[in-house]
Design a protein around this ligand. Structure first.
Ligand code: NIG
Ligand code: FE
Length: 423
């Protein structure tokens, strides 16, 4: 008999669709009213896209089991959409375990940075690393993320701070994307720090006159795919004016604006980004009231990173204020040598406990809204017909176990499926 479907997941105790009306994002009310069905099944076609999702009896009446390459009996289990990690820095050499000890002893992030550590430490090692070594470590980090349920991840460059290494990083990201099932949204972040020995003006000039023009050439020739532009807008790093100039230049090249703002000091970066039509702004621990209002109005996603505030003992991002104001709140792991976390379930747990989000808000923030922040919510972030067949199957009768359990997710997440294939 001809098999024309890739995967049937049948009889799940719960299937969490997230939304089912083609919404591109959810805000407060929607985030608290996720679409969940009981005793349900999901069908993924041979193209890796969802063909049907609904009550188990309806699906079994419509599809013969013999038409599937693979059938998973999910009785007593829960199905959720694959998780989306909206912010990571996963390409780098060396680690900074010694700095973790310094920070525990009281050093601040900027003290370590100004002393030549932090991003500078990683830049030196990443510049010296062979592309093949960067690729090997990136692949193993992405596989860890996949095992923890991430099926779409944003990956930044930004540990080169000069053309050659920034391109090396972006090429490594593209190579990983070709060779792993996980989907990737790639971000150029050449303005992640001011290189040692340069002024802010010189670093901005290098990004505008050297790095971006070459990136544009490679993108136009189809030799490199990049989707987003990022800058670390911060006191002592890139100020508002230089950040705006870089973001605008990226926007003119067709990149989505998705940058670091208002992390350590209130700079009104959120307002500036919203005015530029940013798709997303990350961190926002020090966001201003004006910034919150502007982001809600411009539909700019707030990508909150609970690991950063936790590790650096910063004030928590004002998730509740942003949700009340109607901001599109998303989550990311911020995986980097400072915040070594590959797990979106841990991120959701921290968002609930430390940022006072509800579990449904955290799940929406780590699925549909994170996909929106990457301009991918037409294909990712919910279990809807024609979206990617990316899902998690949990060995639990209630989906909330994914957030309730802190760590040890290998036991809980029974299967991770990307485009209908178990990975
Ligand atoms: O998002 N804040 C700037 N960038 C990263 C940290 C990068 C690093 O410390 O290597 C962040 O936390
Ligand atoms: Fe970051």
């Amino acid at each position: 008999m001809s098999r024309n479907h890739r995967l049937l997941v049948k009889n799940a105790k719960q299937v969490v669709l997230i939304c089912n009306n083609g919404e591109k994002f959810l805000t407060r009310h929607g985030m608290n009213n996720l679409s969940v069905i009981e005793n349900a099944s999901v069908v993924v076609g041979s193209d890796g896209l969802i063909k049907a999702v609904g009550p188990a009896e309806t699906i079994s009446a419509r599809f013969s089991e013999s038409s599937f390459d693979n059938v998973i009996d999910a009785a007593g289990m829960c199905v959720l959409p694959g998780l989306v990690d909206a912010h990571t820095h996963p390409v780098w050499a060396g680690d900074r375990v010694h700095e973790f000890a310094m920070k525990l002893a009281g050093a601040t992030y900027m003290e370590v940075h100004r002393a030549g550590g932090g991003i500078h430490y990683t830049v030196e090692r990443t510049r010296a690393a062979a592309a093949s070594d960067l690729l090997a470590s990136l692949r193993s980090r992405l596989q860890r993320m996949q095992r923890a349920g991430t099926t779409l991840v944003e990956c930044k460059s930004g540990y080169g701070l000069e053309l050659q290494t920034e391109l090396k990083m972006l090429e490594v990201i593209e190579e990983a994307s070709r060779s792993l099932p996980i989907s990737i949204s790639s971000t150029y972040c050449g303005a992640h720090a001011v290189p040692k020995g340069k002024t802010v003006a010189e670093a901005t000039e290098d990004v505008l006159q050297v790095q971006l023009p070459r990136l544009k050439e490679l993108m136009s020739a189809g030799r490199l795919k990049v989707q987003n532009i990022d800058v670390f807008c911060e006191q002592g790093v890139f100020d508002l004016d230089s950040t705006r100039a870089v973001l605008l230049a990226g926007k003119e090249m067709g990149l989505n604006i998705n940058f670091h703002g208002d992390e350590l000091h209130p700079m009104n970066a959120a307002k500036m980004g919203a005015d530029l039509g940013a798709l997303a702004i990350s961190h926002l621990e020090e966001v201003t009231d004006e910034g919150i209002v502007a982001m809600a109005k411009s539909k700019t996603a707030a990508v909150l990173l609970p690991t950063t505030a936790y590790i650096l003992r910063l004030p928590q991002p004002r998730a509740r204020d942003m949700l009340e104001a109607g901001v599109i709140v998303a989550l990311g792991s911020d995986f980097n040598p400072n915040a070594y976390c590959c797990s979106m379930p841990v991120v959701m747990h921290l968002a609930c406990v430390n940022m006072r989000m509800s579990m449904t808000e955290a799940l929406a923030a780590a699925t549909i809204n994170a996909a929106y922040a990457l301009s991918r919510s037409d294909t990712h972030g919910s279990l809807e017909v024609n979206k990617h067949g990316d899902l998690l199957i949990l060995n639990a009768t209630r989906w909330e176990h994914l957030i309730y359990q802190l760590g040890g997710h290998q036991e809980l997440i029974r299967y991770v499926v990307i485009r209908g294939n178990i990975v």
